[in-house]
Design a protein around this ligand. Sequence first.
Ligand code: IMP
Ligand code: MG
Length: 182
Amino acid sequence: MTDPNLRVLIPADQIQKRILELGEKITKDYPSSSPLHMIGILKGAIFFMTDLARALHREVHLDFMGISTYGKGKTSSGEVKVTKDLDISLEGADVLIVEDIVDSGVTLNYLMHLLDQRKPHSIRIAALLDKPERRLRPVHVSYVGFEIPDEFVVGYGLDYAEKYRNLRDICVLGDSAPAPSA
Ligand code: IMP
Ligand code: MG
């Protein structure tokens, strides 16, 4: 499929290579035998979550949380809403939040405060992509896959109005992409 609106920014093989590196690092950083509670943020983080979990040489528990900040287009509404909460308690757990991209930081800043109240033993963030130029709220991301410039990207879980999530590469979406329908 060739789409004139898409330009490959990070090819699939580089994504996979980087995830293996992050997996080695995270495995070393959590030497304890208790499970690592990975929390994937729906829906953008699904592919990163499944690949990262399989790159870890340790026991993990997987859970997902639904958060919405973005509408259908490319700009944030600025509001954060929990659309699906966790199934498991986090008390005393080592928690790793797994996110597709940190942009303004609004989502993760909110989530860190929310989950901290549930008394985990530790809480860190792994994000595949980081757009540091766009930050409005402070967020400490312990594991970053790639820093990228301020461009709107799709693929490998990331969408534009729900489209493009299943692309293997991460691509920049051009300005000529049709606006999402209402
Ligand atoms: P933040 O709260 O502004 O950091 O937004 C984070 C969320 O916005 C991510 O989880 C994505 O769902 C979405 N987002 C931010 N930048 C992009 C992008 O370039 N492409 C697709 N989704 C994005
Ligand atoms: Mg997201």
